[in-house]
Design a protein around this ligand. Structure first.
Ligand code: ZN
Length: 629
């Protein structure tokens, strides 16, 4: 439907006294500006009714002439919103006609059935944009929000530009193919190019956690032979560097398009990108992008919640679904050209219970081809049940602490760390365990971001956060400010949770250097250890290992501490869960590609799935191009 047609249709749906003054396209959304907006809000569900009638998401705004000046509007908002909402700040974003209300209790700002929101729009003309305040201080949330506000004008221009492309007249798609640009038969630098006769979309664009070999550090973007500015969109499954670490670099190469992701993925991704730059510098490497590029990437993010259907090109609709892996992780469903083909890209998935998330979704409207992860797809990759893993972790912690030692748990700052924190929080509540659990900065920051998005978490954790009993604020947790040495020098036994998870740099390596040669101490791995990482070397038994000192010189560490692995904590599915995920897919796909796993694992999983499901399953290699339609 063209815009003029849409406009006519919308006009027929408006109540008397409410008139359409302007229609605009803003990225994938249609925005309508109304005079007499209060009349519209006297209807029950006006926006939903219009969106259903035109089969497009719409945003409704009051006409500029009917809006109060910001200072008057702020006064009104403060009068309307009950004090119990805990409003922290009110800001105005004129480009989008929005008043941003940052509050401890967004539910109260919304009001019963949206009453308070409606009252704000009707009285002030400004559309409330409600933001939940983190229950822990978070520099990233503050920074992302400030930067979005600051970039409003540029974002408005950018969204108008991509909107024109999305709603432009177009040819019917005649063919669909994918090309493997990274993360095939390996873990790291995940990247798939989805190409059709009309569109070019990147699904993830990560880096390899092991950057020691420059030939395998980054995806094969140049091999795709596509000018960067011809890529229509990038879709990010979740905020782990092996899925999103390369994106700011694309902006240095001239990419100006949208990055689609869930709101928590955007915030966590910003945290990781800024940290990646720091870790590169600390390791004596030149970062491949700067803070400025990260901010540019941030300004080009277009967020979508699970289940929202979005036109990302004239011929492709994107919908995110829960992937169960980390906060905001998403399976992408791509509906191409009115059903010519449907592609499901899983990203990393957990098809099993965890403390934080529901298992990955397996039901989709359609899905002929599935690209799925295979991290633990190997013949022997049967992981212990979660309860067993938790018991093992707590047993080693208790044994070490009772013997006067300290426990180091290296973790990804996002994902496993919060799972482990929840296990320890519950243990403390249940048993009275009261030793300090030191949380290194990045982990605490990531935990704070979790408190902003309780709706992405399992019901019980959500309830705890909403009732001011956030498990991340248990008194056993103590944020490490700066002096790590003092923690180690103190005679008190303790637990330390620190990134990076594979000991590929970061505070966990600093602690290892200080704690490694004391046999009273223990280190417990709770996540996947990449090939060639320091973590993998120690896990397989190396006790004389090399790392870099502060000046970037090689330093050898003699490891006497106890080394253990508590398997079963992974945010990845084990082999049984991967098979169950594929078998439970509805509808049954006709093709599966296994990716994101070491060579033998991708092959093993492809073999077993093809036998069980009797469909085409294969493990493509990097640089393979496969026609889907
Ligand atoms: Zn991941």
């Amino acid at each position: 439907m063209q815009i003029t047609e849409l406009q006519k249709k919308i006009e027929t749906l408006l109540p008397p006294g409410c008139t359409l003054s302007k229609t605009e396209i803003e990225g994938p959304d249609i925005v309508i500006y109304l005079k007499g907006i209060d009349k519209l809000y006297e209807m029950d569900n006006p926006i939903r009714d219009i969106a259903t009638a035109i089969k497009k998401k719409i945003i409704v705004r009051a006409d500029m002439s009917t809006m109060l000046p910001p200072d008057e509007a702020e006064k009104k908002v403060r009068e309307i919103v009950p004090e119990t909402a805990g409003v922290n700040s009110i800001s105005f974003c004129p480009e989008f006609h929005e008043v941003w209300i940052d509050a401890m209790k967004p539910g109260i700002v919304i009001g019963k059935g949206g009453m308070t929101l409606k009252s704000i729009i009707k009285t002030t003309g400004w559309t409330p944009h409600i933001l939940r305040s983190p229950t822990l201080p978070s520099e990233i949330i503050k920074g992302v929000r400030a930067s979005m506000l600051k970039e409003s004008e540029a974002r408005k221009k950018f969204l108008t530009k991509i909107g024109k492309k999305i709603f432009a007249p177009h040819e019917k798609t005649t063919w669909v193919k994918t090309m493997a640009l990274g993360g095939h038969r390996e873990v790291g630098r995940s990247c798939v190019l989805l190409e059709t006769s009309n569109d070019k979309i990147l699904l993830d664009c990560g880096v390899n956690p092991d950057i020691s070999d420059p030939t395998t550090a980054y995806p094969y973007i140049s091999a795709a032979n596509i000018p960067i500015d011809e890529i229509d969109a990038i879709i990010i499954s979740h905020a782990h560097l092996d899925h999103c670490g390369f994106i700011p670099y694309l902006f240095t190469c001239g990419y100006e398009g949208p990055v689609y992701l869930t709101p928590p993925t955007r915030d966590l991704m910003a945290l990781l990108h800024f940290d990646y730059i720091k870790v590169m510098k600390r390791g004596g490497n030149t970062p491949i992008y700067s803070e400025k590029d990260v901010r540019k990437c941030l300004a080009h993010c277009v967020t979508r919640e699970y289940s929202e259907v979005t036109d990302i090109t004239p011929e492709i609709k994107l919908t995110f679904h829960n992937a169960g892996h980390i906060l905001g992780s998403a399976i992408s469903h791509l509906h191409i050209s009115d059903g010519l083909h449907n592609l499901i890209y899983t990203g990393d998935i957990k098809y099993g219970g965890t403390r934080l998330f529901n298992p990955a979704t397996t039901t989709f409207p359609r899905g002929e081809t599935v690209i799925m992860e295979s991290t633990y797809g190997g013949k022997d990759d049967i992981l212990p049940q979660r309860a067993e893993a938790e018991m093992k972790l707590l047993r080693i912690i208790s044994e070490t602490i009772n013997a006067g030692g300290k426990v180091l748990i290296p973790v990804f700052s996002v994902g496993r760390s919060q799972e482990v924190m929840l296990v320890l929080e519950e243990f403390a509540r249940r048993t009275g365990f009261n030793r300090k659990v030191y949380i290194d900065g990045m982990v605490m920051e990531a935990s704070a971001i979790h408190t902003v998005y309780p709706e992405y978490l399992r019901d019980n954790v959500q309830r705890m956060i909403l009732s001011n009993k956030s498990p991340f604020e248990s008194p056993i947790f103590e944020l490490v400010k700066s002096d790590r040495q003092a923690i180690i020098d103190s005679p008190d036994p303790c637990v330390i949770i620190a990134p990076s998870g594979m000991l590929s740099g970061g505070p966990s390596v600093e602690y290892l250097k200080m704690m490694g040669n004391n046999e009273k101490n223990a280190m417990i791995f709770v996540g996947y250890q990449g090939v060639n990482t320091l973590g993998r070397k120690i896990q397989r038994g190396d006790r004389e290992v090399a790392t870099l000192d502060d000046e970037g010189r090689m330093q050898s560490i003699h490891i006497k501490m106890r080394i253990e692995t508590a398997e079963g904590f992974s945010g990845h599915s084990d082999r049984r869960q991967l098979i169950a995920f594929a078998k439970n897919l509805k509808p049954k796909p006709s093709k599966i590609f296994t990716v994101h796993g070491e060579e033998s694992k991708c092959e093993d999983l492809a073999y077993i799935l093809s036998r069980i499901m009797r469909i085409e399953v294969r493990a493509p290699m990097n640089l393979d191009g496969i026609r889907l339609k």
